[in-house]
Design a protein around this ligand. Structure first.
Ligand SMILES: CC(C)(COP(=O)(O)OP(=O)(O)OC[C@H]1O[C@@H](n2cnc3c(N)ncnc32)[C@H](O)[C@@H]1OP(=O)(O)O)[C@@H](O)C(=O)NCCC(=O)NCCS
Length: 174
């Protein structure tokens, strides 16, 4: 707590900045995102196509930044000024979208960025886009992603249903 303000009221200390903040992507981010393709662990975890050249990845990422598909909102996830991932809100329904998130490359995994990015994505979807429902899915074996979705307070749909994915949803007011 900072020293008392005039009048005897304690002044709250500055809030700690969030671990991850979201911002629009810019063209320069394409090279950063593409560079994660050089990390085989990341490529496997993110299910990117292996064995593509860096140039192909840069061109692909640049196209998404400059001319994204109509149903995709992709935001950069930034920690202390550095791009550490991105968050997707995907879908064509006016009030409902799918949340996706990626942290790259894999040396940044396990530091809380994924959970923080996903939480910021939910806040953006509900608070800025005015969505009423956000859903997400994770491969059953993707423990980190499943824990993120559970940690966000999302409800699992069709728990135990056959198939490789576990699906989660959260609605306004739930
Ligand atoms: C999934 C992913 C985003 C997680 O990012 P991250 O920064 O490592 O996540 P966090 O550090 O916030 O950890 C999230 C949770 O998973 C746990 N976790 C992290 N790595 C783990 C691992 N290898 N095994 C088990 N649990 C793990 C953490 O302890 C944390 O759980 P907690 O909140 O209960 O403590 C990241 O691995 C990634 O980008 N993977 C490739 C893309 C992907 O799978 N995206 C999700 C599908 S849309």
């Amino acid at each position: 707590m900072a020293p008392d303000a005039p009048g005897g009221h304690a002044v709250p200390a500055p809030l700690t900045p969030p671990l991850v903040e979201l911002r629009p992507l810019v063209s320069a981010d394409a090279a950063t995102i593409a560079s994660w393709s050089l990390d085989p662990r990341f490529v496997a975890g993110a299910d990117w196509t292996p064995d593509l050249s860096l140039e192909v990845h840069v061109a692909f990422q640049l196209r998404i930044v400059t001319d994204p598909p109509a149903d995709l909102i992709r935001l950069g996830a930034v920690h202390e000024g550095e791009l550490v991932g991105y968050v997707d809100l995907h879908g064509h329904e006016p009030r409902r979208r799918e949340l996706g998130y990626v942290i790259g490359d894999s040396h940044r995994w396990g530091r809380g960025y994924g959970g923080a990015a996903a939480r910021a994505g939910l806040a953006y979807g509900f608070g800025v886009l005015g969505l009423t429902e956000i859903w997400a899915e994770a491969l059953t074996g993707n423990t980190a992603s499943v824990r993120i979705l559970q940690g966000l307070g999302m409800t699992e749909i069709d728990h135990g249903a056959p198939g490789p994915y576990r699906r989660f949803t959260i609605s306004v007011g739930s």
